[in-house]
Design a protein around this ligand. Structure first.
Ligand SMILES: [Zn+2]
Length: 424
């Protein structure tokens, strides 16, 4: 059943096949020049053009449909021009499928506020526009034109503007790219949130203009879809305004103005109000365009996202915690380094169908983690990525079968929460 489709012809389209009742959830297919993505889908993160410790072939085998890398990191190293010469991100990293790049706005700005890895999820702490982590030099400064920042690698100074972010992301060549936005935190004042929102709207137009120009100039390259990013923190009026504004935004070309191909829902999101905030935005955003929730990947949050209209997710959490020996199981998180696993001659999760669970025991994983062997990161990451990819695949199947809420109740009844939001 075909409900909605964008005009095709450029290699990018989104078709919705199921819209189950009683929620905003939808099942569909995003088509890109490098292949299709069945949605809802979890997109594993390979920040620097690699999912740390795991071969791309293995990511494909464990069911990853696409990978997300980061424009900021690839711009600094090896340089986006290198990826352009290599034939784009997918070819450069030997990934046989669609790719996304995050614009760099979050990474550049998170340097400034000191939340280098994880955005604070706690709205109860103090509010200030000058939050800098203890003993950290402020590494980024925002103005209306763009952001000036210091490289975390060698201390050199750089500047990102909406135009530069588009140029960098066109050179990197991912199928789905994001507009440059100002990502605020829950700590910023209301006044600052308003200012940042207006800045992100103005930058959105500049991104569309530059994207349109680059798409024409580089017409021999595969089409890249541009998603606008919706901010507004925890404020209902700001989230709704951002969704309304970004949905209506067009480039300034008088003859054929273009809009966004999809939307990224970003910013600091308080876990308790995640569903409500997503509803504010998704009831306004055009149904026929895909929606990506940036940096969310804990199981309980994925359910909230899916039933509130999210099509794709990315989060670095699954691989990051794997490298610290933390693994997901059907009954919650397990730490493989704990002594209890020393003689546990059984798989991490006997319901898991991953390569690691088919071939290795917790006792072996305990041993390689304790011995700091490289294979530990590989085996644990394969399991965690498979766990999350499969969970969202199961949600999609349940939506099609019409028993999504039964599946959710059964899963959440056993699973103990593992909180977290992480972009990289
Ligand atoms: Zn497994």
């Amino acid at each position: 059943m075909r409900i909605n489709a964008l005009p095709s012809g450029n290699g990018f389209s989104f078709e919705i096949s199921h819209e189950p009742e009683k929620s905003l959830a939808r099942v569909g297919t995003i088509s890109t020049p490098h292949g299709d993505i069945a949605t809802p889908a979890f997109i594993p993160v390979g920040t620097k053009a690699t999912v740390k410790a795991v071969l791309p072939e293995t990511m494909k085998e464990l069911g990853a449909q696409a990978l997300l890398s980061n424009a900021y990191h690839l711009y600094l190293q090896p340089g986006s021009d290198v990826l352009d010469e290599a034939g784009g991100l997918a070819r450069f990293m030997n990934w046989p499928g669609p790719t996304f790049t995050d614009s760099g706005g979050f990474q550049v700005l998170s340097l400034g506020v000191g939340f280098k890895k994880v955005l604070a999820m706690d709205a109860q702490t103090f509010r200030s526009d000058e939050v800098v982590a203890g003993n950290k030099e402020r590494l980024a400064h925002v103005d209306d034109e763009g952001v000036t920042f210091k490289s975390h690698i060698d201390g050199s100074m750089h500047r990102f503007t909406p135009e530069i972010s588009m140029q960098v992301q066109h050179q990197i060549g991912a199928d789905i790219i994001f507009a440059f936005d100002e990502c605020t935190t829950l700590h910023n004042t209301r006044k600052y949130q308003e200012k940042a929102l207006e800045r992100t709207r103005a930058w959105g137009i500049r991104c569309l203009d530059e994207h349109q120009k680059l798409t024409l100039e580089r017409s021999q390259k595969p089409y890249q879809a541009l998603y606008g990013v919706i901010q507004g923190a925890q404020y209902e009026d700001l989230r709704k305004k951002a969704a309304t504004d970004m949905a209506a935004l067009r480039s300034t070309d008088p003859d054929s103005p273009i809009g966004f191909d999809g939307f990224g829902l970003g910013g600091a999101l308080d876990k308790k109000t995640l569903g409500t905030i997503l509803t504010w935005m998704n009831e306004i955003l055009p149904a026929e365009k895909p929606r990506h929730l940036l940096g969310i990947g804990a199981p309980e949050d994925l359910f909230v996202g899916v039933e509130n209209g999210i099509d794709t997710f990315d989060c670095v959490l699954a691989s990051r915690i794997a490298r610290t020996s933390a693994v997901y199981t059907m009954v919650g998180r397990n730490n493989l380094s704990n002594a209890i696993n020393r003689r546990a001659f059984e798989p991490i999760d006997d319901e898991c169908d991953c390569y690691t669970c088919a071939h290795y025991t917790k006792a072996y994983l305990h041993h390689v983690f304790r011995g700091k062997e490289i294979i530990a990161a590989t085996l644990a990451t394969i399991h965690n990525e498979r766990f999350i990819v499969r969970l969202v695949d199961q949600m999609r199947a349940a939506l099609i079968a019409g028993d999504y809420f039964e599946f959710k109740a059964e899963f959440m009844g056993r699973y103990k929460h593992l909180s977290g939001q992480a972009r990289d």
